[in-house]
Design a protein around this ligand. Structure first.
Ligand code: AMP
Length: 148
C-alpha cells in the first residue's frame, strides 16, 4: 500500500469516529477526537484524530490541519499537566513503510520520563481499559482547566 491509496471507511479509527467501536475518550469538539492509545508506548500516550481527515498528513486539507494542530497543542498541554513528563514526543506517520498502521491521519502525544523504558512504536502491550479511562479523565480534567 503506498502513501496515496484510497481511504478505507472501515479502518478502526473511522469506526471509532462513527461510534461503532469504543475508545477511552480524552477530548472531542467539531474538529477532532482524542483518545488513549490502546497499546501505549508510555503512560499517557494519546492520539488526536482530525475528524475530516484523509489517510495521512499529505492528503488532508490544509484547513483541517490548521484546526487540528491547535488542538494537538492544547491536548499536549493537558497531557503535560496530567502526567508531568520530562518530555513529550509529538509525531505522526505517513504510509506503511514509515510505520503507519491505521490509515486515518492521527497525531501521537507520547510522554517521556527520564530513566523509564520506552516501548518502540507498535511494540507496546495492550493496556487495561480501566487504567486508560482513568488516565483519559485526568487529561480531560487538565484540558478543562486550560480552557477555563
Ligand atoms: P500508527 O501506527 O501511527 O498508524 O498508529 C496507530 C496507533 O493506534 C498505534 O499506536 C496503536 O497502538 C493504536 N491503536 C490501534 N488500535 C487502537 C484502538 N482500537 N484504540 C486505540 N488505539 C489503537
Amino acid at each position: 500500500m503506498n502513501i496515496r491509496g484510497a481511504y478505507d471507511q472501515n479502518n478502526i479509527f473511522a469506526q471509532i469516529l462513527r461510534g461503532d467501536m469504543p475508545c477511552c475518550k480524552v477530548y472531542e469538539d467539531d474538529h477532532v477526537l482524542a483518545f488513549m492509545d490502546l497499546f501505549p508506548q508510555s503512560p499517557g500516550h494519546t492520539l488526536i484524530l482530525p475528524k475530516n481527515a484523509g489517510r495521512n498528513l499529505i492528503d488532508t486539507d490544509d484547513k483541517v490541519l490548521a484546526q487540528a494542530i491547535i488542538r494537538v497543542k492544547k491536548i499536549a498541554i493537558g497531557v503535560e499537566k496530567a502526567f508531568d513528563p520530562d518530555g513529550l514526543i509529538i509525531t505522526q506517520f505517513n504510509g506503511e513503510a514509515a510505520g503507519q498502521t491505521v490509515f486515518h491521519l492521527h497525531f501521537h502525544i507520547i510522554p517521556r520520563f527520564k530513566e523509564q523504558p520506552f516501548d518502540r512504536h507498535g511494540k507496546g502491550n495492550p493496556a487495561d481499559r480501566e487504567v486508560l479511562h482513568a488516565q483519559a479523565e485526568r487529561i480531560a480534567e487538565a484540558i478543562k482547566q486550560i480552557e477555563a
